[in-house]
Design a protein around this ligand. Sequence first.
Ligand SMILES: Cc1ncc(COP(=O)(O)O)c(C=O)c1O
Length: 452
Amino acid sequence: MTRSYANVQTALPGPKAKQWLDRRHDIVPDGVSYGIPTFIEKAEGAILEDIDGNRFIDFAGAIGTINVGHRHPTVVRALHDQIDRYIHTGFNVMMYDPYIELAEKIAALAPGSFDKKVMFLNSGAEAVENAVKIARKYTNRQAVVSFSGGFHGRTLMTMSLTGKVRPYKYEYGPFAPEVYHAAYPYSYRRPASMSDAAYSQFLLDELERFFITEVAPENVAAVVMEPVQGESGFIIPDKAFVQGVYDLCKKHGILLIADEIQTGFGRTGKYFAMEHFDVEPDLITISKSMAAGVPISGVIGRKELMDDANSGELGGTYCGSPLGCSAGLAVLKVMEEEQINKRAAVIGDKVMGKFREMYDRYEVVGDIRGLGAMCAMEFVTDKESKTPAKQLTGQILKEAQKRGVIALNAGVYDNVIRLLMPLVITDEQLDEGLDILDESIAAVVAKAEAVK
Ligand SMILES: Cc1ncc(COP(=O)(O)O)c(C=O)c1O
């Protein structure tokens, strides 16, 4: 197949990358992982070029951080302008207007027909930490409920909230107390005898029982929930389940924290994935694509909750840095001007169309799922047994890298390929990337057949 965008001329790592990789292994701990053994030279839109001149179509988007593309000119200009004026003063020392403007704009976009306030932080984990602090302060309750399979970060509280043991929690206990995990719907692996509706109702009934057997609801400050689970392999819950959780929260005076760190800013075709479920969370955490790669995160919440903390109880040295806020404002401009949400829906349709073809062709593609451009494929040994095929998934990702596509794995069983491409990707780049993914599956399946 002729390629216009992907072009990998060396083995991976190439000669220059190999030198840096050796140095990296000498100085950076292995606990800090990497997806592809090479180093970036230049990125633009949905294309990455490494230091050996290899070109890749980016289906990873820095783990969902680059929805408006690498180095979007509007973002680059905003950052240059910001650097020319000031880099950092500390919002807790001398304030700056991009923070206020970004907070106002995000509050206006976020779901919830109530007054809101917004604060900014540095990372996703820090946003979740702060949302929990705010919820505890307001409710005067200590317990927090999250979901099995969920991912919320690598700090003590967020690791505790995370519902997957390896690699996130294994041998890192003890965990933060008063954290409880409830079951999250996983439609592909639900009992065959249950419909999706019956399964959701079953899990909601289980959640009510959970409030009898695990923790008293009047002690629960918040339920933390990803509207679509990201690291777990893009697990999309039934609308009735999300609404049921929300109703249970309301019934017991529990706050609902929507962790939109991976789902937000256009990925699902909306600014916030919770909009698909017609739920108005009390608190929302955001990060990743909100600033096109500049580290920043935020908590959006009902005004009365956000106002409960006293001066100095929230914040931090770099929280909501001017660079992050300026990039954030530029991202919102791009999203509006280029109708990124609409584009996500178009990309999602195209991806799912191609996924359906692959599902029909390959026995190892067990499930395909997507909400907007948040699309994933789950690999199994065969459709009948649904046995997770972790090794095969890794081989497909490696094969795709060799052919010039970078994608990420995910999943409770590490057997899912998830796509988080920049949403400014062109149709031609998208088609080429999907064809490469298809070829990579074919190559790995053929190899596996040959050794049988
Ligand atoms: C849903 C969700 N919450 C929290 C986090 C943690 O964000 P960070 O890695 O910026 O701390 C992530 C990161 O992948 C995420 O996907």
